[in-house]
Every structure is written in C-alpha cells, then in structure tokens.
Design a protein around this ligand. Structure first.
Ligand SMILES: CC(C)(COP(=O)(O)OP(=O)(O)OC[C@H]1O[C@@H](n2cnc3c(N)ncnc32)[C@H](O)[C@@H]1OP(=O)(O)O)[C@@H](O)C(=O)NCCC(=O)NCCS
Length: 181
C-alpha cells in the first residue's frame, strides 16, 4: 500500500497526487462516467493537475484516491466538499472511474468509508449529495449507507438529449451506522 490514510475491507484511501492526473483525466472523460458527473467538455491532464492542487489547498475540501487493496490500483476518487464547520455539514462526491470495476460493491464500501471519516473523524453533523435520477447504482449505494431522499430538483440538468431530475439526499450523524471495526 502506498501512503494509506483510511483502510476499508477491500479498499483503502490515500492522498491524490499530481502524478495521478492522467488517470483522473481518463476517468472523467469516459462517456459512461461523465454522463453521471455532468462533465460536458473534454478534460486534459493539466486541468486535472489544477483540480488536484486546488482541492489539496482548500480547507473546505478533502479528496481521496480510492485504491484496491488487492493489486494496489487506483480505481477512483471520492471526497467531502463545501465543508461548513459552523453548521458541521459537507457534500459527498465519488467516482469509480473504470466501468469494468462497477457493480462489485466498491461504490457502497466507499460511501460507508467516507461517512465514517466525515462523522467519526471530522465530527460533521450532516452529509448531503445530489445525484441524477438515472444513476441507479449511486442511489442504491447511498440508500444502503443510510442516506434519505430529501427532495427533487425537476428537470435540473440536460443530459444526452433529455432533461433529467436531480435527487437531493442527506444523512445526519444520528442516522449513521459505522462500518464494523
Ligand atoms: C455510482 C458508482 C460510484 C456506483 O459504484 P459501484 O461500485 O458500481 O456500486 P456498487 O457495486 O456498490 O452497487 C451499488 C448498488 O447498486 C446496485 N446496482 C448497480 N447497478 C444497478 C442497476 N443498473 N440497476 C439496479 N441496481 C444496480 C447494486 O446491485 C448495488 O446494490 P446491492 O448491494 O443492493 O446489490 C459508480 O457507478 C460510478 O462511479 N459511476 C460514475 C460516477 C458517478 O456516478 N458518481 C456518483 C455521482 S452522484
């Protein structure tokens, strides 16, 4: 393992490095990935370096690389964003950037690990997110981790030729169930 920060059953989180930028660009440009992330312009490596630098410097963001413990390969990123330390809330984001690694439970494990970090380490009181209505795997992973549906932004985005709703979801500290140690 390379600079592990947080260990899960099959994954670990580590800092994102500038050297990860080419891989991040490959993740976010993939058509199946970007349609869930609202990326509508090509992203190059230089933009990803700027992204890593900006989030690393920001006190309101935490960004992790998601790495498979078996094989030590980065498969995505996740983080907490727009952190408000007075209201003790943050917004969760994640991507598993290789579609061949989808549907193996990694999104669910990532969600649980980020909640453990947000509530257990940062002492947040609320974590929320927005997800497009067609992102069935994401919605299911969030529901299983304890997120509740809090609202719908109707026809909020235009994706692949149609307007889609955005679902707002959130979880409170009192609803959080930590991963078993
Ligand atoms: C969303 C994402 C993180 C999900 O990751 P994943 O590793 O595939 O998720 P999991 O394997 O943990 O699956 C989560 C649940 O969704 C279910 N699921 C997956 N695809 C499904 C589908 N097409 N229909 C119904 N259920 C589905 C899984 O069965 C699982 O539920 P279960 O444990 O009850 O069986 C991943 O698809 C991704 O990164 N997509 C691109 C970026 C993105 O969408 N980020 C989130 C933006 S809000």
């Amino acid at each position: 393992m390379q600079t592990p920060f947080l260990l899960g059953p099959r994954l670990y989180f580590r800092p994102v490095e500038r050297d990860d930028a080419p891989r991040l660009a490959a993740f976010v440009n993939h058509p199946d990935v970007r349609r869930n992330l609202l990326v509508h312009r090509p992203m190059n490596t230089a933009q990803e370096v700027s992204f890593v630098d900006a989030l690393t410097a920001s006190q309101r963001d935490v960004l992790f690389a998601i790495v498979l413990r078996d094989g030590d390969r980065m498969i995505g990123t996740c983080g907490l964003h727009d952190m408000d330390f007075r209201s003790r809330r943050a917004t969760f984001g994640m991507l598993i950037g290789e579609p061949s690694e989808w549907h193996k439970g990694y999104g669910s494990e990532t969600t649980r690990m980020v909640l453990d970090y947000g509530f257990g380490t940062l002492n947040l009181n609320r974590i929320d997110l927005q997800v497009l209505e067609h992102n069935v795997a994401g919605i299911r992973a969030y529901e299983k981790a304890g997120f509740r549906h809090e609202g719908v932004l109707r026809q909020h985005h235009y994706v692949d030729g149609a307007y889609v709703d955005t679902l707002m979801m959130g979880i409170l500290r009192s609803e959080w169930k930590p991963l078993p140690a």
